[in-house]
Write a protein that binds this ligand. Structure first.
Ligand SMILES: NC(=O)c1ccc[n+]([C@@H]2O[C@H](COP(=O)([O-])OP(=O)(O)OC[C@H]3O[C@@H](n4cnc5c(N)ncnc54)[C@H](OP(=O)(O)O)[C@@H]3O)[C@@H](O)[C@H]2O)c1
Length: 254
């Protein structure tokens, strides 16, 4: 089986690249190989490579910056997913698309169901919702959406790496304690994506690692493990703060 992964330098795509084996060929494409904002570039690359399945791990993921760059976020997370769906549909290639819990507002006190309606509160979430809607409209069969959350890995930008840098460089840290989520390792998410592609899953899935944590709990656990593994050199006080204490452009409770 041949799988094309889009978003080569990202967290998830990097982990996907490690999952190739004798039965699964994985070809990772970066922005210069396939700019998903350009439908003809998608057509050209996918026609040439002729994979059985495509995993779209490319996205505009700068959640806060998206408030200033909404056009770019909508283009990459929204309309480009429509282009991908059109091309994969016409070439009969299965498509696995990644999405986010930010398509919801975060006000639920129980886990969201795949049947819950979109209710984004920020531009990033709204842009991902546009992509989901277009995919379902254009390619309701032979495609699936995997919504995930709080992805971390050794690559790219993520909460774990930010915390490690701050813990090394600051005398103390304030971490938000009223946002609850499910930290998800990109490596396990990558395995779920391969499973979806190999088995040609269709529909919407919510996939994260197990467990829930406040950002504050996650930071405390990161510090404990990092000290144990000598990734940081000192133990600093970590204070629980509220989202209101930490201004971001638009708030969702994730
Ligand atoms: N990170 C999280 O916490 C999180 C949470 C929930 C859902 N997700 C979703 O999970 C998926 C994977 O996330 P991730 O953390 O692996 O993302 P990431 O590390 O930010 O990587 C995104 C990749 O997309 C590429 N890209 C952006 N615009 C592109 C374009 N026009 N054409 C081609 N490639 C483009 C980027 O390339 P450049 O490096 O060239 O910019 C980058 O390699 C995304 O759909 C994201 O929305 C992530």
């Amino acid at each position: 089986m041949k799988i094309v992964v889009i978003g080569k330098s990202g967290q998830l795509a990097t982990e996907l690249s490690y999952l190739a084996n004798d039965e699964i060929e994985i070809i990772c494409l970066g922005r210069h190989d396939i700019n998903i904002e350009d439908k003809s570039a998608i057509e050209k690359a996918l026609t040439h490579l002729n994979p059985d399945a495509v995993i779209n791990a490319a996205a505009y993921t700068a959640v806060d910056l998206a408030e200033k760059e909404s056009e770019q976020a909508n283009q990459i997370n929204g309309y480009a997913v429509g282009y991908l769906a059109q091309v994969c549909n016409s070439l009969a290639m299965h498509l696995v698309h990644l999405s986010t819990d930010f398509v919801f507002d975060g006000n639920n006190s129980t886990p969201y169901l795949t049947t819950n309606k979109h209710a984004p509160v920020n531009t990033y979430g709204a842009s991902k919702a546009i992509g989901e809607k277009l995919l379902i409209e254009i390619m309701p069969k032979n495609s699936c959406i995997i919504r995930t959350a709080w992805v971390y890995s050794t690559h790219g930008n993520n909460f774990v790496k930010t915390m490690l840098t701050l813990m090394e460089n600051k005398p103390e840290l304030g971490v938000i304690s009223d946002q609850i989520g499910t930290p998800t390792y990109a490596k396990t998410l990558a395995k779920a994506c391969i499973h979806a592609a190999v088995n040609k899953l269709s529909g919407i899935y919510h996939w994260t690692d197990q467990g829930v944590a406040r950002r504050y709990d996650f930071a405390v656990a990161i510090q404990e493990l990092a000290l144990e593994k000598n990734l940081i050199s000192k133990n600093i006080p970590i204070k629980a703060i509220t989202t209101a204490d930490y201004p971001t452009p638009k708030k969702a409770k994730f």
